[in-house]
Design a protein around this ligand. Structure first.
Ligand SMILES: *Cc1c(COP(=O)(O)O)cnc(C)c1O
Length: 222
């Protein structure tokens, strides 16, 4: 299937989820996750109108960024090792995986301008998942005030690979609750207006629960 056809099907479902919760379509950003596919397929994605591109590995990010940078907005969605920050941070428009102070410190040192960051939260509590514990998010954000090049635009989570829709819903709802708690604090360095949640298998539920950025790989480009 070409990307444009896949996109039409996804947009239809996004529209339904928005209708259900009285949300505006314009408030949802689709990030095309191109980690499984070639440069050509990534270009096709951009031509289809998905200009927000997400990669989870340094090499894949740079390969696509180097050839297509002027045509896209670039999201790094994978775990970032502190020693790799200097190689990539000034190319990243949005980092979705801020999960520790040592990383914030390195970003602060290496970035030439403030970086838009999502804090990754481990809502599901799975051992294998990266991310801050939900009850540590506020203290973490308070510590980030010391790092002027880290600007917190939102929260991100990865749900487990399960089919239980209600469990998924509870995870997304929890992230939305945490965001409300953060917003109530009115931090100037952390307006935290966005929620990056929802992938190929669960994006409709994520939108129903408030997602502003959905990260779609398989169903869009696969
Ligand atoms: C791979 C990946 C996605 C996309 O997953 P699909 O199930 O293929 O849509 C989203 N977010 C992150 C962090 C990923 O690594």
């Amino acid at each position: 299937m070409d990307v444009a056809q896949n996109l039409t099907a996804i947009q239809q479902k996004i529209r339904q989820a928005c209708l259900k919760r009285n949300r505006n379509l314009e408030d949802i950003t689709i990030i095309g996750v191109t980690k499984y596919v070639t440069i050509e397929r990534t270009e096709e994605t951009i031509l289809a109108g998905i200009t927000n591109i997400g990669e989870n590995r340094l090499e894949g990010f740079q390969e696509k960024y180097n050839l297509l940078k002027d045509k896209g907005t670039w999201h790094f969605i994978g775990t970032l090792q502190s020693r790799k920050v200097k190689e990539i941070i000034n190319q990243v428009d949005f980092l979705h995986s801020l999960d520790r102070l040592s990383l914030a410190k390195e970003i602060n040192k290496r970035a030439t301008d403030p970086v838009n960051c999502f804090i990754q939260v481990n809502v599901s509590g799975e051992e294998s998942k990266h991310g801050i514990d939900p009850d540590q998010v506020i203290p973490f954000i308070e510590d980030l005030a010391n790092y002027p090049n880290v600007y917190v635009v939102g929260l991100m989570t990865m749900a487990p690979h399960i089919d239980d829709k209600e469990k998924l819903r509870m995870i997304f709802r929890r992230l939305a609750d945490i965001r409300s708690n953060v917003q109530r604090e009115n931090y100037t360095h952390a307006p935290c207006q966005y929620l990056s949640m929802g992938m190929s298998n669960d994006y409709e539920i994520a939108i129903e629960e408030g997602a502003t950025h959905i990260r779609i790989g398989t169903k869009l480009v696969g």
